[in-house]
Design a protein around this ligand. Structure first.
Ligand code: NAP
Length: 442
C-alpha cells in the first residue's frame, strides 16, 4: 500500500529546484515531503558555481535557499547522481512525482575552425574554474596571454571580462579558492575585447552589469563611437536598451588614459568565423559589417579566447530531449514525449525553458510546475506508487553516502575556517574528496 504522504523527488538543488521545493513545502499541503537530489556534495547549483564571485549581493541569496533546504519537510541529498547512482525509473517507483530541475550545464559552441585549439575555452569552463567547481582541474587555466577575447554580448561575457580585470585585493574579498586568486593575480592579460556578432542595440547585457565595468578600480573601458552610430534603429528600442546604450555612449566618450593596468574594449558587429593559430590560439578572425558598408575581414589578436554564447541543457537517461533547444519537452511543466505524457515526471528551470532570465525568474516557473503537480494529484484516481522504500538505503547498499543537510553544514563551516589563515572570509573548498571527508566526519 502507498503511504498517505505525498512524496516528491526534485533533481537539482540550484535555484529552480530550491523554488520547486519551497513551493511544494509551503503550498502543496502539510502531507507533502520533498527530497532534493544533487550530484555534487554541496547545494545551490548555479548560485554557487555560476553567479560571479564578485557579485556577493546576488550570492547572498544562498541564505534564503538554505532556509528552503532546512525546512522540516525538505531533505537535501547531495552526492547522488540521478541516472547513474539511482535511475529515474527507481525514483518514479518511489515517489508520487519527480521534478527534473537539473539546469543547463553544458556550453554552446561556435562551430568555427580553430575552436579546439589550446587557448580557447568556453565561458562555462572558465566560470567553473574560478568558482572552484570540483569537476574542474586546478591547473586548467594559466592566463599567460596578453590579450583575451570574450565572444558574446550577454551577462556571462561581462562576468568573465570583469573577473579577468579584478585586482588581487578585490579577488581576496571573494570566496574563490586561493589557487584562483594566485593565477588571476599573476595574469599577464592586459586587454580584454568583448566581441559581438550584432550591434550594441541587440546586446543582451543588463545595464547594471554593463555599468559595473566602469567601476573596476584599475581598468579602462573603451567603445568605438562608430560602433554606436552603426546601430541606430532607435524607434524599436525598449527603455532597457536605451539605458544600456547610454552607458555605452558614456564609455565611448571616455578619455581616461595612461596609468590603468587593464583595458576592456567592445567590438560590435563582428561575426567570428575562425580562431587562428597553429599550435595555440593567436587571434580571432571576424567578418565586420557596418551599415551600408561592405563586409570586411579582420583578425583581432588574442591568445586567450572565451566563447560566451550561452548554456545548453543535457539529455537525461530515460527522458525525452529536444537537442535543438537543449530542453526537455513539456506542457505546463508536465514532461511529454510527442503526444504522450510521462506520468508523474515534471520539469522546472533552465532544462524546461532554456538558459534565460535571472534567478527570480525561477520562482514563477516553479509555481507553474507545482500547480500542475497539485492539479494532477487532485485528479488522480489511484495512487501511482507502492510503499515508500527510502532511496538513501538503496544508495547505501550501492556504496553511496548521500550528503544530507547537516553534513553540508559541516562543509559550510569548514569553508569559513579555510579563509582564516589567509586573512580572507569564506574560501570555497574545491576537492570533492575533501568535501566528502568533512561531510562524513562527526
Ligand atoms: P545570453 O544572454 O543568451 O547571451 C549570449 C550571447 O551570445 C548573445 O549576445 C548571442 O548573440 C551570442 N551568441 C550566440 N551564438 C553566437 C554565435 N554563434 N556567434 C557569436 N555570438 C553568439 O547568455 P549568457 O550570457 O550565457 O547568460 C545566460 C542567462 O544568465 C541570461 O539570462 C543572463 O541574463 C543570465 N545571467 C545573469 C547575470 C546577472 O544578472 N548578473 C549574470 C550572468 C548570467 P545573439 O543575440 O546575436 O544571438
Amino acid at each position: 500500500m502507498a503511504d498517505s504522504i505525498f512524496r516528491v523527488a526534485v533533481v537539482g538543488s540550484g535555484p529552480s529546484g530550491a523554488y520547486v521545493a519551497q513551493e511544494l513545502s509551503e503550498q502543496a499541503g502539510l502531507d507533502t515531503v520533498v527530497d532534493v537530489y544533487e550530484r555534487l556534495p554541496v547545494p545551490f547549483g548555479l548560485v554557487r558555481y555560476g553567479v560571479a564571485p564578485d557579485h556577493q549581493r546576488i550570492k547572498s541569496i544562498v541564505g534564503s535557499l538554505a532556509e528552503i533546504f532546512a525546512h522540516p519537510r525538505v531533505r537535501f541529498l547531495g552526492n547522488v547522481q540521478v541516472g547513474t547512482d539511482i535511475t529515474l525509473d527507481e525514483l518514479r517507483r518511489r515517489y508520487d512525482a519527480v521534478v527534473v530541475a537539473c539546469g543547463a550545464s553544458a556550453d554552446r559552441r561556435l562551430s568555427i575552425p580553430g575552436e579546439d585549439l589550446p587557448g580557447v575555452s568556453s565561458a562555462t569552463d572558465f566560470v567553473a574554474w574560478y568558482s572552484g567547481h570540483p569537476d574542474t582541474d586546478v591547473d586548467r587555466f594559466a592566463l599567460t596571454a596578453e590579450t583575451a577575447v570574450v565572444i558574446g554580448l550577454g551577462n556571462v561575457a561581462l562576468d568573465v571580462a570583469r573577473m579577468l580585470c579584478r585586482t588581487p585585493d578585490e579577488l581576496r574579498r571573494t570566496d574563490v579558492p586561493q589557487h584562483v586568486v594566485d593565477v588571476l593575480a599573476a595574469s599577464t592579460v592586459r586587454e580584454v575585447v568583448i566581441v559581438g556578432r550584432r550591434g550594441p542595440g541587440h546586446a543582451k547585457f543588463s545595464n547594471k552589469e554593463l555599468g559595473e565595468l566602469g567601476e573596476l578600480s584599475d581598468t579602462n573601458v573603451l567603445v568605438d563611437p562608430h560602433d554606436l552610430t552603426d546601430d541606430q534603429d532607435g524607434a524599436q528600442q525598449s527603455p532597457l536598451t536605451r539605458r544600456m546604450l547610454a552607458t555605452l555612449h558614456r564609455y565611448a566618450a571616455n578619455t581616461r588614459t595612461g596609468t590603468h593596468r587593464r583595458t576592456v574594449r567592445f567590438a560590435f558587429s563582428r561575426t567570428p568565423v575562425a580562431i587562428v593559430g597553429e599550435t595555440s590560439a593567436h587571434g580571432l578572425k571576424v567578418v565586420r559589417r557596418g551599415q551600408g558598408t561592405a563586409e570586411t575581414e579582420e583578425v583581432l589578436p588574442a591568445q586567450f579566447c572565451v566563447r560566451s554564447v550561452g548554456y545548453r541543457g543535457l539529455a537525461l537517461p530515460g527522458l525525452p530531449f529536444d537537442p535543438d533547444t537543449g530542453t526537455i519537452p513539456h506542457a505546463q511543466g508536465r514532461v511529454v514525449h510527442g503526444t504522450e505524457r510521462l506520468a508523474g515526471v515534471y520539469v522546472a528551470g533552465w532544462i524546461k525553458r532554456g538558459p534565460s532570465g535571472v534567478i527570480g525568474t525561477n520562482k514563477q516557473d516553479a509555481a507553474t510546475t507545482v500547480a500542475a503537480i497539485s492539479e494532477d494529484r487532485v485528479r488522480a484516481v489511484e495512487p501511482r506508487r507502492q510503499a515508500f522504500e527510502d532511496p538513501v538505503l538503496l544508495l547505501k547498499e550501492r556504496g553511496i553516502d548521500a550528503v544530507e543537510w547537516s553534513a553540508w553544514q559541516r562543509i559550510d563551516a569548514a569553508e569559513e575556517i579555510e579563509g582564516r589563515p589567509l586573512g580572507r572570509g569564506r574560501v570555497k573548498l574545491h576537492e570533492r574528496g575533501r568535501m566528502l571527508a568533512i561531510a562524513s566526519a562527526r
